[in-house]
Design a protein around this ligand. Structure first.
Ligand code: PLP
Length: 358
């Protein structure tokens, strides 16, 4: 019996892409497949894409993995190369590199590359993570353009720090600065992520970088998404492996942290923190079983967790338990857990059985 399982709906992924593309007013979409496509499977998802889509990852190893698995799409390295040898590999594999600081610029200028590479130049507009300052932009553009290592036109980009919050004035500050620099240098540009795009922040420019929304997830329950009909790509589920009846005042699981207030039936489900389900969860954390929502009780173990089914339940060993998916929105669960959906999907571990639906 397959127990802990992640089911990836490739049709939902393609449908989400169509919906997002139809709302993009002609901007080019850059599909963010970093971290194994947020736990969904980067190779599997990239394999169903038209080859002209630009895909994007964080580390060169992720990009090499895509190439080695036959993905011919343009691949953007969001953080660029971390040393000279990576730049050489990027050139050989036609990766597009980010340049976000002076170390990367110097590496780019001195490199003897097999082929010129595309460059995205990252501007810091206030997040203070990666990116050059606005005063440096002219110098960076001039020296990159003067190098024979450059292929095509430079793209200017930046990243929002607070766009997934409903109370968000900081994005406008960032956008103001971005607009000033963008207009001055005249480069093609990109700042929108999923949150900025689905909120309709009006900053689509030439390229929109979409991660979480491709997977049918709105960055936060608190923001309004104007794109209708996005469907969750991932379902995370398992099965009941045992059911026991207990009386009142019985503890369940490690640490004796939960005590029954009435006689009830407890399901043991094959899902634990080793599968990627969080161990630290508040009371009344929901799961979906046989058409209804019930709660996890007691401490989540490595391989199992327990659910309070109620004394009259008719559930049986082998029945399916859904942790998130269409039946139980991950955005709602994430909010309940005080987490973000990004973290939940990325945590699904390698032990979990993977199924891809065409
Ligand atoms: C991860 C990432 C994105 C995608 O963000 P989503 O919120 O998932 O759409 C876009 N740009 C950069 C630089 C990123 O690191």
């Amino acid at each position: 019996m397959i127990t802990a399982e992640v089911v990836i709906n490739l049709k939902a992924f393609k449908d989400n892409l169509s919906l997002l593309r139809a709302s993009s007013n002609g901007s080019t979409l850059v599909l963010i497949l970093k971290a194994n496509a947020y736990g969904h499977g980067a190779v599997e998802l990239a394999s169903v894409l038209d080859s002209e889509y630009i895909v994007s990852v964080a580390r060169i190893g992720e990009a090499i993995d895509l190439r080695n698995n036959g993905i011919v799409n343009p691949i953007l390295l969001l953080e660029g190369c971390f040393d000279d040898s990576e730049l050489y590999i990027a050139s050989r594999n036609d990766f597009i590199v980010t340049i976000h600081d002076i170390v990367q610029l110097e590496s780019f200028l001195r490199a003897e590359l097999p082929k010129p590479v595309g460059v995205w130049l990252k501007l810091n507009t206030g997040m203070n993570r990666l990116g050059i300052e606005s005063e440096q932009v002219g110098l960076f553009i001039d020296s990159i353009k003067a190098s024979t290592n450059l292929s095509g036109e430079i793209v200017l980009f930046s990243h929002f720090a607070n766009s997934d919050n409903s109370e968000d004035s900081f994005s406008f500050k960032q956008l103001n600065l971005f607009n000033i620099v963008r207009e001055k240098c005249g480069l093609r540009s990109s700042i929108a992520n999923s949150a900025a795009f689905v909120k309709g922040l009006n900053c689509n420019f030439d390229y929109i970088r979409l991660g979480i929304s491709l997977y049918g997830i709105v960055p936060s329950v608190d923001i309004n998404c104007f794109v209708e009909g996005l469907k969750p790509v991932m379902t995370f589920k398992s099965r009941i492996i045992s059911i026991r009846q207990i009386g009142k005042d019985q503890i369940v699981s490690y640490g004796c942290k939960w005590t029954s207030s009435r006689a009830t039936k407890i399901a043991v489900v094959a899902m634990g923190y080793a599968d990627g389900y969080p161990r630290n969860i508040p009371e009344n954390t929901p799961v979906y079983i046989n058409g209804r929502i019930v709660s996890i009780v007691g401490t989540v173990c490595m391989d199992m967790l327990m659910v309070d089914l109620g004394i009259d339940s008719k559930d049986a060993v082998g029945d399916e338990v859904i942790f998130w998916g269409a039946e139980l929105p991950i955005e709602v669960l994430a909010k309940h857990l005080g987490m973000i959906s990004y973290e939940l999907v990325c945590r699904v571990s390698s032990r979990v059985h993977r199924t891809y639906l065409e």
